[in-house]
Design a protein around this ligand. Structure first.
Ligand code: FES
Length: 98
């Protein structure tokens, strides 16, 4: 669905999306990596379990909430990818760990 512009010199980092290894462009956000991987939805809503995917890509809609490196409720569109990052789908409401 989404593709990066062709650039053979672009650096990449290795991330794991829902258990599957993926090479994401360095400097991209976790939400961009999820869209590039086509691994959607990113989360489901707490009340109706409706699927959601990144929409605004600027921290406004909260439709990109994901578990990143074990921390739930992370706005994936505001978190840059890092080597070894683990990004997981979030189902329903998840209480933040103290
Ligand atoms: S995509 Fe809207 S807050 Fe992240």
């Amino acid at each position: 669905m989404f593709k990066t512009l062709p650039d053979s010199t672009a650096a990449t980092v290795n991330v794991v999306i829902n258990g599957t290894p993926f090479r994401a462009p360095a400097g991209a956000t976790a939400a961009a990596a999820l869209l590039l991987a086509g691994d959607l939805p990113v989360r489901t809503t707490p009340v109706s379990d409706s699927p959601r995917a990144p929409y605004c890509m600027m921290g406004v809609c909260f439709d990109c909430l994901a578990e990143i490196d074990g921390a739930p409720n992370q706005q994936a569109c505001l978190v840059p990818v890092a080597e070894g990052m683990r990004i997981n789908r979030q189902s329903g409401g998840v209480e933040a760990k103290p």
